[in-house]
Design a protein around this ligand. Sequence first.
Ligand SMILES: Nc1nc2c(c(=O)[nH]1)N[C@H]1C(S)=C(S)[C@@H](COP(=O)(O)O)O[C@H]1N2
Ligand SMILES: [Mo]
Length: 322
Amino acid sequence: MLIRIPAPHEPVSSEITPRAVYLNRRTALAGLGLAAASPLALAQSAPGGGKLAKLPGARSAAAGAVVLDKPTSYADASSYNNFYEFGTDKSDPAARAHTLKTRPWTVVIEGECAKPGRYDIDALLKLSAMEERIYRLRCVEGWSMVIPWVGYSLSELIKRAEPTGKAKFVEFTTLADRAQMPGLRSGVLDWPYVEALRMDEAMHPLALLTFGMYGEVLPNQNGAPVRIVLPWKYGFKSAKSIVKIRFVEKQPVSSWEQSAPQEYGFYSNVNPGVAHPRWSQASERRIGEDGLFAKKRPTLMFNGYEAQVGQLYAGMDLKRNF
Ligand SMILES: Nc1nc2c(c(=O)[nH]1)N[C@H]1C(S)=C(S)[C@@H](COP(=O)(O)O)O[C@H]1N2
Ligand SMILES: [Mo]
């Protein structure tokens, strides 16, 4: 398959602020005596639930870090979840994840690196400055959301571990504790939940080590106390409640690949041109827009992040490497 790889600086259409909107903002800002530093500075913030600890982040300046789509409501983002460790219904994680204990929490760094170690979650929180990123999240099942995450680039942590020349992949392991996670009694997946990235994917500035959303710490059902978020990949690559990060030479087998290799590949980049064997991936339903007359949205190549991540896959056959 031929895909068009734009130059890295070329913005995707969804990120171009219409000129009229931009000019209106400038006028409004001028009236307030404020500088119009960036049209993104005014991108909509969305309120959290108000019950969890605040975790603010400065609006990220990374290319593609803030989409202008209207954020999904906090109520939807925290009640319609996939977190199979708590059950397979969308409502299970919100109903059952209160049993997850997020303190004390340790993240182990190991494998091919000069500085392996263990980070207490509260030390990990302070490792780098918190940023707010408004990302689209596209689930392989055909729905999507827009979520203001809070965290910092995964690359900040990886750099500190000093991976060796043998480190070609990074593997993420999620907590698997039967006492806290009732879903582990089911055999839907081989526990623990494992995901992995190629090193250059993990080092991409958009790969976010995530601690919060909507200006607050993550609700348990969204992967507290720490998860990754990879906006250009199907949602299942964004492993929740991570306890181990391991640098390895050989390409790991992720839990979903293991369970159904013909359906879930290692890369799992959002790709409207490659159907899942059982359904099309050409369009999606945006959660919160599901009224009777709501139109489905076309799914974008790399979930709309092609300008930022396309180069990572230049020359690869994305039908074979799905
Ligand atoms: N540990 C773990 N991480 C997981 C999952 C899971 O079942 N277990 N589900 C994935 C899937 S399929 C999606 S779509 C996203 C959903 O994240 P959200 O509930 O925060 O929107 O989490 C991903 N991370
Ligand atoms: Mo998903």
